[in-house]
Design a binder for this molecule. Structure first.
Ligand code: PHE
Length: 375
């Protein structure tokens, strides 16, 4: 009995110690929520790789304010509802002082009200829907927004000579709806006509009805503001139905799976993006080199945006001279001319940067740089 008692005490002590040492973990707690698995896994995995690369560089250079950054990452499995749980845990249990996430606008919109309510600054690396930062004064992003991206795509379509464009929108995504809207507005403003507007819902597999209708409308280009999870399927089915015109998409196409799944069907198509890893800017080239060294392949846009998001946060902490969330929020808000890999970042009064976009074309399965478009 006495022996059992001693053991029980030892166990309690051990447990207490374990929880103490957990609380004493060193470093500034920063939370990341991302789709590391599930439907849009490449989005989360890419951002995380960029954030990890920045983290390694920052911490090996001594961290910030004399402390390392301690990154706590949670996977939302690309599922609706999981982001709220992840963000609540990061804030209440892990006591993070700032949040980095998400790529998909829908999931950033899920997280933003929670961050806002708790007074924790949140930086979305890649969510382009206008509404994301409108949630409140703690919500920031390091990427351009869809009213700009849609305009870039519409102008590009006109430059290709198209006067008639079809639009195929994913009604389950704020991202797709917003981008379609800005494309249409600009394409019409530039004298073009929208013909054969069709819709689908993320996760659908059969697009023959919509594509048949689009074919009947005879467009010269099809605007497809989809994610990489549907875009290559749609374009393959379109080719089978005899639609030969180019498809144009937005940043949501950016994934190695676009070309892997799309194959010949996506060759020659175009999409707008935040970054090209073919840039000859020395800063971007150095970044691409260090990414290759660590991961063995080439970085996509989300890698670069994740990298920029963490560096921008650290820059704000340095300027704030503290990790107090309210002061860090104010410092992020006053970010000016921050030298990102994806361009110079100055946050406006709506907490959005104004940055150039790039147009890429799929050539031999690679995303080849066509042009950079300034706002
Ligand atoms: N901009 C997309 C969204 O808001 C996400 C995305 C960003 C996808 C960058 C790919 C590359 O939902």
């Amino acid at each position: 009995m006495k022996y059992f008692f001693t053991q029980a005490v030892a166990l309690v002590l051990a447990l207490t110690f374990a929880s103490c040492s957990k609380k004493q973990e060193i470093g500034i707690p920063v939370g990341q929520f991302a789709s590391l698995t599930g439907a849009q896994a490449t989005f989360g995995q890419s951002t995380d790789k960029g954030v990890q690369l920045a983290l390694e560089e920052i911490n090996s250079a001594g961290g910030v304010l004399g402390q390392p950054i301690r990154l706590i990452t949670k996977d939302n499995q690309s599922k609706p509802g999981e982001t709220s749980t992840a963000v609540r845990e990061l804030i209440t249990r892990d006591k993070v002082v700032a949040l980095i996430g998400e790529v998909a606008s829908g999931r950033s919109l899920e997280a933003a009200p929670i961050a806002q309510r708790n007074g924790i600054p949140m930086i979305s690396p890649a969510s382009t829907n206008e509404k994301v930062t409108e949630t409140g004064d703690h919500i920031f992003r390091v990427c351009f927004i869809d009213p700009f991206q849609g305009t870039v795509c519409a102008k590009f379509a006109r430059k290709l000579g198209a006067t008639k464009a079809a639009v195929l929108v994913d009604v389950s995504k704020d991202y797709s709806l917003g981008l379609a809207k800005s494309f249409k507005k600009e394409f019409e403003a530039e004298g073009g006509t929208i013909t054969g507007q069709q819709s689908y819902s993320g996760g659908d597999k059969d697009f023959s009805a919509q594509l048949t209708a689009i074919k009947g409308a005879n467009p010269e280009v099809v605007f497809l503001p989809a994610y990489y999870t549907e875009a290559p399927l749609i374009i393959r089915q379109a080719r089978q139905l005899g639609i030969t015109v180019p498809f144009i998409g937005g940043d949501g196409w950016d994934s190695p799976e676009l070309a892997q799944v799309g194959g010949a069907a996506v060759e020659g198509c175009y999409f707008s993006n935040h970054f090209s890893n073919q840039s000859n800017d020395p800063k971007v080239m150095a970044f691409v080199q260090s990414y290759r060294k660590k991961y063995g392949d080439d970085p996509d846009a989300m890698v670069a945006l994740g990298y920029d998001a963490l560096y921008l946060l650290v820059d704000a902490m340095k300027r704030a001279g503290t990790t107090d969330p309210a002061k860090v929020t104010a410092a992020i808000a006053s970010t000016m001319d921050f030298p990102g890999i994806t361009g110079k970042i100055t946050l406006d009064e709506h907490r959005n940067p104004t940055k150039p976009a790039v147009m890429l074309q799929i050539k031999n399965g690679k995303f080849s740089f066509m042009e950079s478009v300034s706002p």
